[in-house]
Design a protein around this ligand. Sequence first.
Ligand SMILES: NC(=O)c1ccc[n+]([C@@H]2O[C@H](COP(=O)([O-])OP(=O)(O)OC[C@H]3O[C@@H](n4cnc5c(N)ncnc54)[C@H](OP(=O)(O)O)[C@@H]3O)[C@@H](O)[C@H]2O)c1
Length: 280
Amino acid sequence: MILDGKEIALRLQNEIRTNVEELKKRLVSPALAVIQVGEEKASESYAKNIRKEGEALGIYVEHHKLSVEISEEDLLYNIRNLNARKDIHGILVELPLPAHINKAKVVEAIAPEKDVDGFHPINFGKLFEGTTPFPPATAQAIITAIKSVVTIEGKFAVIVGRSNIVGKPTAVLLLQENATITIAHSRTRNLQDLTKMADILVVSVGKPKLIGRDFVKPGAVVIDAGINKIDGKLVGDVDFDSVKDEASYITPVPGGIGVLTTLMLFRNTVKAATLQNRIV
Ligand SMILES: NC(=O)c1ccc[n+]([C@@H]2O[C@H](COP(=O)([O-])OP(=O)(O)OC[C@H]3O[C@@H](n4cnc5c(N)ncnc54)[C@H](OP(=O)(O)O)[C@@H]3O)[C@@H](O)[C@H]2O)c1
């Protein structure tokens, strides 16, 4: 069966809207600042999507579009200003950044309590401890999608891809949900032998059709986080047509995990506003 991100998204949107209304009743209006450096098409459309989704949820999105030539110092100055503002609860710096800017310095400049992306070293450390308030958005989206169809506890999960953005945080969250996990990457030997054992298979690699039918255990839940463009069409890392009859559930691309990711960012923003205003 197709694990439809859009259906889960409707539920999530309602949950977030309700929480936003609760906050507004207490005179807290959740707000997210999005910093875009340069005018790359992908960053431009990501910012546009965030603004649109924020509007639909009642969350204010302040878009800071900065020149590609901005100095690192000036970018850090902008972040510090946003850190100091009481009316901004979350800060997102769009990646990638131009080569003359040190990404680590930028991520570390964001106040941990406003780091709704969850990549500040303090929050990333807390992720492993199980105490971060802001689990990274894509990993949260993946866990929510899996939980909507199966119980995670006791399952054997294989995560293909070990990026800090998707693979590692997803593995940690699955472990917290009491799955037994294995993480595979480009140097993993006999990938297929591993993936064929997985009750839950999560793929975040960036290679179209990497995972075919022969890589999947019958009845497995298959989550495809990959986003690739072929001839102008979006496809995932899983060969959807060949795997769909083998898996019990499979996320499509588009319309799967990608749909949920931005919502998780807003869920984190609402949480940030709640924590900053000491609302329990
Ligand atoms: N849905 C969303 O919200 C979302 C969010 C972020 C990214 N994405 C998409 O997810 C995909 C991956 O992005 P990412 O940032 O997670 O990863 P990434 O940083 O691009 O790294 C790719 C990972 O895949 C591994 N890999 C490469 N070739 C492999 C192979 N043949 N077999 C097994 N593993 C292999 C790499 O191993 P090594 O570590 O050994 O190099 C690495 O860990 C992209 O298509 C991206 O657009 C989607």
